[in-house]
Design a binder for this molecule. Structure first.
Ligand SMILES: Cc1cc2nc3c(=O)[nH]c(=O)nc-3n(C[C@H](O)[C@H](O)[C@H](O)COP(=O)(O)OP(=O)(O)OC[C@H]3O[C@@H](n4cnc5c(N)ncnc54)[C@H](O)[C@@H]3O)c2cc1C
Length: 344
């Protein structure tokens, strides 16, 4: 287990709302750490609709999910938040007043005076492919994410799927694998055309195999795969010897560990006070899609408003004696200094 990371504020979820909370807290000179299950920031915008246009961000007539994520990252750059990506917050307990201990599935431990839950629709979890008997291999020789590429060096790999993740990992792992086979149910890929072309060139040169069909059965024992039986669309079955299988069937959102943190939930959402966005537990705040209150709308702009108000509430929680007053970024020398744009 690694050393405890101490911080004033830990944000769970680096979706658009968690990212904007970094900005609002940064304006008030409060530093943040963020944890996200995904290996990238941007939450639903980055994972579910990176290329789709969003038309209802105030003052921005049109921006894609990816574009909004990039813009938010640029906006929070002056505040230099620390990101812990590819880890799920699994435990959260109150250990003092004000102090929380937070643990991740990768063994990281944080102590934070304030926690902001910006967990959106919950945790993104990989969709399990419909292959009978896959469970005993999961986490041993069936992997839904690549955490360390080296773990796959010189292995016979089977990648399953036809989207960007399947294609990206095909291109990244092919050079280090002993042999790589990509399986997709049809000869038509949803991934970026450039990746599809690169994959097809590798197949044409004999550097990897492409099979059109579905994994019908697995062979192996004690969690270690030995072979996969791939049923082609012509009903012929091919046996491919493998050491590991990586299915990329997309992600679904499940509430996940948030349900275990001692909060009374309403329809899997966290009720909050609309003046502060504090939950029933002092020092624990919830913003964005994960919270609920009368009239709540799951919109990015609602989450941005919540992030602004919660930042003031957090400042008061951390420094109750500090007098609060509203400052404008246009005119506040202190804020401009924090933003790195001060002229004087
Ligand atoms: C197809 C589609 C189109 C949309 N179009 C619009 C639109 O046009 N306008 C609009 O306003 N809204 C739109 N939305 C809704 C908008 O995307 C959400 O309101 C917004 O993403 C909510 O942001 P968030 O930061 O609260 O949560 P999310 O974006 O869901 O981010 C939450 C993050 O928390 C992480 N997380 C969850 N649990 C944990 C945990 N235990 N540990 C670590 N990390 C965790 C997740 O991995 C995720 O990255 C759309 C949504 C979809 C699906």
């Amino acid at each position: 287990m690694s050393e405890t990371i101490k911080t004033d504020v830990l944000i769970i979820g680096a979706g658009p709302v968690g990212l904007f909370a970094v900005f609002e807290l940064g304006l008030l000179d409060i530093k943040t750490h963020l944890v996200d299950i995904l290996d990238k920031v941007g939450g639903q915008c980055a994972e579910l609709y990176p290329e789709k246009p969003i038309y209802d961000i105030p003052g921005i007539p049109y921006i894609t999910g990816h574009g909004l994520t990039d813009a938010l990252m640029q906006q929070i750059k002056p505040f230099n938040p620390t990101f812990h990506l590819g880890e799920m917050v699994t435990t959260l307990e109150k250990i003092g007043e004000p102090l929380f201990r937070i643990g991740t599935d990768r063994g990281k431990v944080f102590e934070a005076k304030v926690v902001v839950i910006g967990a959106g629709g919950g945790s993104f979890q990989p969709k399990r492919p419909p292959i009978a008997g896959i469970e005993p291999y999961e986490g041993k020789s069936v992997h839904y994410a690549v955490r360390k590429m080296e773990a796959f060096r010189d292995k016979r790999l089977l990648i399953v799927g036809g989207g960007d993740s399947a294609l990206d990992w095909t291109l990244n792992l092919q050079p280090i694998a002993q042999r790589l086979t990509l399986v997709h149910r049809r000869d038509d890929f949803r991934g970026a055309p450039d990746s599809v072309n690169k994959m097809r060139a590798l197949v044409a040169s004999g550097a990897m195999d492409l099979k059109i069909g579905q994994v019908a059965a697995l062979e192996g024992g004690d969690g270690q795969l030995a072979a996969a039986h791939i049923k082609g669309n012509d009903d012929e079955t091919a046996r491919v010897e493998i050491d590991a299988m990586l299915p990329f069937f997309g992600l679904t959102m499940k509430l996940g560990p948030v349900a275990d943190w001692g909060l009374s939930l309403e329809d899997e959402l966290i009720p909050v006070d609309t003046g502060t966005f504090e939950t029933s537990m002092p020092g624990l705040f919830a913003i964005g899609d994960i919270n609920t209150y009368p009239g709540k709308k799951k919109l990015i702009l609602s989450g941005f408003h919540e992030a602004a108000l919660t930042a003031f509430a957090i400042q008061h929680h951390l420094y109750p004696a500090k007098k609060q007053f509203l400052q404008y970024t246009t005119t506040s020398p202190a804020m401009q200094k924090r933003l790195g744009v001060a002229t004087a």
